[in-house]
Ligand binder design. Sequence first.
Ligand code: SF4
Length: 242
Amino acid sequence: MRPATRAAIYRRLRAANPAPTTELLHSTPFELLVAVMLSAHTTDKSVNAATRNLFPVANTPATIAALGVEGVKPYIRTVGLYNTKAANLVALARQILEQHGGEVPGERAALEALPGVGRKTASIILNMVFGQPEIAVDTHIFRVANRTGLAPGKTPREVEDGLVAGTPPEFRKDAHHWLILHGRYVCTARAPKCPTCIIRDLCEYKHKTPAPKAKRGGVGAAIRRGGTRKAGAHATPGRTRK
Ligand code: SF4
C-alpha cells in the first residue's frame, strides 16, 4: 500500500472519531490493567459487567491482594477463563505491591513479567497510560490490517511491526483504537459492511461485500409498467368526473 493511501485511511478514521478510546470501563491505570488483562478471549461487555461489581469493592493492588483468589472469583464469573484470571489477578496485584511500590510499571519488560500480561496488554498500557505510540494487535486489528492492506502479515507480531513501521507519527497514538473499533463495528469477521465503509475506495480487500441490490417492483417500476398502484395509496387527490 502506498504511504499516501495509508495516511488517507487514517485521516478518514480520525475525521470520523477524533478522540478514540477503549470501551473498557476504568478510572485508574491499575483498573485499566485489570480490565485489559481480563479481556483476553472475552468481550469488553462481559469484562465491564464484571468490573462494575469488582471495582467498587477492590480496585487497587492492595485490595485485590487482600480479596484473594476465592474472593475475586465471584466478581468475574461473567468473564471467560475466570478461574485462571482470578489467580493471575491476585498474583499480579501482589507483584505490583512487592516490586513496583503499588504502581503500574511503565516499562514493557516489567509489564510482561506480570502474571497474565502479554505483549498486547503491555502495549495497550504503554500507549494509554504512558503515552507511548505502541500499536497493540488483537484479532480485530489483525483482520483489518490484512484486509485493507495497511499491514499484511501472518502473525500478530508481523502485523504489529508493519503497522508501527508504516503508520505516520501523527496517527500512531490513536491507530490502535481506530482500527479496533473499525474491526469491531464495520470490518466485521463474517460480514464486513463494505458498502457503507468510509475507507472502501482505499481498502485493498479483494472480496468486499457488494451493495444490496435495489428492490425490484417499487413505485418507480410500477409507474414504468403503466401504473398499477392501488387507488388512494399516496395518490394526489383529484376531482371526480362523471
Ligand atoms: S471496505 Fe470492507 S474489507 Fe475494506 S475496510 Fe471496509 S469493511 Fe473492511
